[in-house]
Design a protein around this ligand. Structure first.
Ligand code: ATP
Ligand code: MG
Length: 361
């Protein structure tokens, strides 16, 4: 009967949401891991200052935005405050030499990469059972800002946003569709897809659009622009938490599960991959309006076509397609996985079976 059906649906949602929370909690980094990482950052900062006294070494990416999983890589960015500074590639070379001499890290300086970085890793040890991997870049101020934007979104509704994002990160890694080097999408790309979905697709929205809210006081151009890009967003999260009452009335538990189900359904069925651009700043845009069309048959445009199969606009660097590394095959895999996940959830299996099946390696 109808009521039997409804109560089974309620049970499915309640059970799955509890299982989701429990699943995600055991994947969070331990306090010890966070402390070790902070020690590593401080040590590296001290060493870098022997080359550039006016430098700071800041964390960005998952270690800084609240979406970190156990044993995730560490992304570090070195900012040099003095007027006269070495070029990034010189810094990479010098820092590479220094770290090789002074530390136990395995060091790989990539001085001539598009974005010069030093790659570091540390072998596993008793205090650090999985070792550590870390990239140090230079002057990447936009990355620091987009990290701060994601952190603010995470903080508006910590339980729900973080549960969804962390689950999707694990899911995409286990299903092997989280690798820009082999034609699929970076974690950063998945996080943007989740935020886009919660701001622009869910109706009523679960999150406000922080880049379109009116500022509380007048702001000057200088304060809001980094490298020619507007990086302003509403970041008074305390105020926002008091004011932003999503008119979405689904309960915390329901919302997590419905968001997950709706997320997979939206990206397997409704998102217009051929013509659409997901923009957390401006909602759904047209590839055409950004000059990112991929339907040009001329061989001259093959490159553009390869780069723009799947389009996610960077929140600040708006002429940059975050998913430009996604290939035809990669997109096919990703969409296949969205569909598979939708199918698994539609059968309403018991919660533990559902999670195990979704994340099967
Ligand atoms: P993980 O825990 O899997 O390492 P993460 O949250 O650190 O996930 P990454 O994909 O490693 O995410 O990205 C880290 C940071 O690097 C992002 O916050 C962003 O600033 C920058 N970044 C990564 N990929 C891109 C990209 N394709 N375009 C622009 N910036 C990127
Ligand atoms: Mg990272």
């Amino acid at each position: 009967t109808e009521s039997r059906h409804a109560s089974r649906a309620r049970f499915f949602v309640a059970e799955l949401s509890q299982a989701l929370f429990d699943f995600v909690i055991q994947l969070l980094p331990t306090a010890e891991e966070m402390a070790v990482k902070e020690d590593v950052r401080k040590l590296l900062e001290r060493l870098i200052r022997t080359i550039e006294p006016d430098s700071r070494l800041l964390s960005f990416g998952s270690t800084a935005n609240g979406f970190s999983l156990r044993n995730s890589d560490m992304d570090l960015c070195c900012l040099i405050d003095s007027e006269e500074r070495l070029s990034s590639s010189d810094m990479v070379t010098m820092l590479g030499d220094l770290l090789e001499r002074e530390t136990k890290f395995h060091v790989k300086p990539l001085a001539h990469a598009r974005i010069p970085i030093v790659k570091l890793s540390l072998d596993p040890s008793p205090g650090l059972p999985l070792g550590i991997a870390c990239d140090i870049g230079f002057e990447n101020r936009l990355a620091l800002e987009n990290t701060r934007l994601l952190m603010c979104y995470a903080m508006i509704d910590p339980t729900r946003v973080r549960t969804l994002v962390l689950f999707l990160k694990v899911w995409s890694k286990r299903r092997k569709i989280n690798s820009p080097y082999s034609g699929t999408l970076s974690s950063y790309g998945y996080v943007l897809l989740v935020i886009y979905f919660l701001v622009h697709v869910k109706n009523p929205p679960v999150l406000p659009n922080l880049q379109q809210m009116p500022p509380m006081r007048p702001i000057s151009q200088d304060d809001t622009h980094v490298g020619g890009y507007n990086t302003w967003f509403f970041d008074d999260i305390e105020l926002l938490r008091q004011r932003w009452q999503s008119s979405n009335t689904e309960s915390v538990a329901e919302l997590c599960v419905f968001n997950l189900i709706d997320f997979f359904r939206y990206y397997s069925r409704d998102f217009s991959y051929n013509t659409g651009v997901a923009s957390i700043r401006a909602g759904l845009l047209k590839k055409e309006s950004k000059g990112w069309q991929n339907d040009l048959s001329s061989s001259k445009y093959n490159d553009a076509r390869e780069r723009n199969r799947f389009c996610i606009e960077d929140p600040f660097e708006t002429d940059f397609n975050v998913s430009r590394c996604v290939t035809k095959e990669g997109l096919y895999l990703i969409r296949g996985e969205f569909m598979r996940a939708s199918r698994v959830l539609a059968m309403r299996p018991r919660a533990l079976t559902a999670l195990a099946q979704l994340c099967e390696e």
